[in-house]
Design a binder for this molecule. Structure first.
Ligand code: SF4
Length: 242
């Protein structure tokens, strides 16, 4: 039995979700959703570094069994892979999706339907992969999906290159943060993801995430309900600065 009530359900019942959607929609008119700070008007289909305008693109969605065990359980993590990315590492394992932008443009209602489908097939959570540049669309979808019974934890699965202001708006919406921490040295992150400020930004972002959700909490079945998981990719030649 699912006894954990996701944060976004409480936020919606307190009227917070619609306020946050308005805040994000306003930010899109001069986009500073992420640290790239492109200041393009995405509501008019202007595109910045993430190559994404008004609507989100989705590459694929499924019950995924390759995530951390606390997310996977026996029915899988309900992953939604968003196309394009605000970081675009040159070694990305999903390069075709993150850099080439493979995927289909989707309405907010379609994202809501995908969330509900993943819940219906038994997934233990909704796992938003590369969500940072499409948080307004995600929250609009969430608003719809809650009305139709969405009630499983929401996972924010990101690169760690996050705006603190955006994260603060996401407070009380996201149940589980699962950021990467990729590099410790600016001269390395500049080469591999065109972001010299990645280390300092990611350090602050992980702290903000932890302040919001704290340590990982699991239910009796060992499945994550809320908290923080940090992933770290070990790279050749100590590029990662481990
Ligand atoms: S979300 Fe996209 S357009 Fe907005 S600041 Fe980031 S990279 Fe630029």
């Amino acid at each position: 039995m699912n006894t954990y009530i996701p944060k976004y359900i409480k936020a919606k019942s307190r009227g917070l979700l619609s306020k946050k959607i308005k805040q994000f929609t306003a930010i899109m008119t001069s986009c500073t959703l992420c640290p790239r700070q492109c200041k393009v008007n995405r509501t008019k289909e202007e595109k910045g570094y993430c190559s994404t305008g008004k609507k989100a693109f989705v590459s694929n969605f499924s019950a995924h069994f390759g995530e951390e065990p606390q997310l996977v359980g026996d029915k899988g993590s309900g992953t939604i892979f968003f196309s394009n990315c605000n970081l675009k590492c040159i070694f990305c394992q999903n390069y075709d999706i993150s850099v080439n932008g493979t995927g289909q443009e989707v309405e907010d209602e379609s994202i809501a339907s995908i969330m509900l489908y993943l819940q219906k097939i038994g997934c233990h959570n909704i796992n938003l992969v590369t969500p940072s540049h499409v948080v307004p669309q995600i929250l609009k979808a969430l608003d719809i999906a809650v009305d139709y019974g969405l009630n499983i934890p929401l996972v924010y699965n990101c690169s760690g290159y996050e705006s603190i202001d955006t994260l603060r708006i996401l407070k009380n919406i996201i149940d589980i943060y699962i950021p990467d921490f990729k590099f410790w040295e600016p001269n390395i992150s500049k080469i591999y993801c065109h972001a010299w400020d990645y280390p300092q930004i990611a350090r602050k972002a992980v702290k903000e995430m932890y302040d919001q959700v704290g340590d990982l909490k699991v239910n009796r079945a060992g499945l994550a309900c809320s908290g923080l998981i940090v992933r770290h990719l070990v790279m050749p030649g100590n590029l990662d600065g481990t």
